[in-house]
Design a protein around this ligand. Structure first.
Ligand code: HEM
Length: 295
């Protein structure tokens, strides 16, 4: 009897929830969104997948878009307040002549230039576009988590100051300190900075090729769940989330990964267990094998 009552209750509450989930048909008639304000994103999604990401590839523009999203967002400081930067506000694009001159932003002008026509063509702020492009781009990479996207960042009012973006030759203490000042714990930094889909062209020009990841076309990080959570936090740094709309449903579902996660070269499960006991996803533990560089 109790079970029957429970079943009826579950069925009824499901029906009621369904009845209250309003879905808006977007103006083009082909898309349906839970929230009407998300409709503006569908034409942008189609355009950037076709053109910026060259038919939904997990390629250079994706890596650069993700790096851009981070470099824009990390222009934020809990200790300095507004003078420490506006976070994920698009200032890196709106004040490109200032921010691209910072050493940590070497080479980032390419993607700012590539994204500029889309920001100009659509009714979207630079802050929204930069985070949207990153979330969409990452969805093209097999194995990646489906990132969240919230819409509604106001236009930026000032460039972020220099030295908000950590540099590769900074000490670990300095890098962690910079992220702490933006609100991130060390495990969150590890999850974020996995460079699971990344190349490096400027940091050390004497080393050719993709020397920050052996297989940049798949997202084979050990930290997918925590990467997703930390990216969600990063993408709204400095923003009033209460005034934003959750449009995560517009972000495509990434393809599944064909192989299991691998340890980076020279690293074993023991190293991870000692150094990073809590950051990897137990559902996706890597194999013992390492993957040859350049695959
Ligand atoms: C923790 C501090 C970090 C440092 C010191 C750092 C450093 C670097 C460096 C030196 C490069 C190579 C740039 C080049 O020479 O072309 C790079 C590329 C990249 N970084 Fe980071 N990074 C950090 C955090 C992050 C985070 C948190 C993310 C993402 C969530 C990220 C995503 C990327 C991506 C996608 C690229 C590749 C860009 C491309 O292929 O053009 N980085 N990073």
């Amino acid at each position: 009897m109790a079970i029957k009552f429970l079943a009826i209750f579950v069925a009824l509450s499901g029906a009621v929830n369904g009845a209250f989930t309003k879905r808006a048909t977007c103006a083009d008639g082909t898309q349906i969104a839970t929230r009407e304000s998300c409709c503006v994103l569908f034409p942008i999604l189609k355009d950037i997948q076709e053109n910026l990401f060259e038919r939904s590839q997990c390629g250079e523009e994706v890596y650069e878009s993700l790096r851009l999203a981070v470099h824009d967002a990390i222009g934020f400081s809990l200790s300095k307040g507004p003078s420490g930067g506006g976070g994920a506000d698009g200032s890196i694009a709106a004040f490109a002549s200032v921010e691209t001159a910072y050493h940590a932003n070497s080479g980032i002008d390419d993607i700012i230039f590539a994204q500029a026509p889309y920001i100009a063509a659509y009714n979207i702020t630079p802050g929204d576009f930069i985070q949207f492009a990153a979330a969409v781009g990452v969805s093209n990479c097999p194995g990646a988590p489906r990132l969240e996207f919230f819409l509604g960042r106001p236009p930026p009012t000032a460039p972020a100051p220099d030295s908000t973006v950590p540099e590769p030759f900074d000490t670990v203490t300095d890098i962690l300190g910079r992220f702490t000042d933006a609100g991130f714990s060390p495990p969150e930094v590890v999850s974020l900075a996995s460079h699971a889909i990344a190349r490096a062209d400027f940091a050390d020009p004497t080393v050719p090729g993709p020397h920050s990841d052996s297989n940049p076309t798949i997202f084979d990080s050990l930290t997918k769940g925590s990467f997703k959570a930390a990216m969600a936090k990063l993408a709204v740094l400095g923003q009033d989330v209460r005034k934003m709309v959750n449009c995560s449903e517009v972000i495509p579902v990434p393809p599944k990964i064909a192989t299991r996660t691998h340890f980076p070269i020279d690293i074993t499960e023991k190293d991870y267990s000692i150094e990073l006991p809590n950051v990897w996803d137990v559902t996706d533990r890597p194999t013992e094998m390492t993957e040859p560089f350049g695959v």
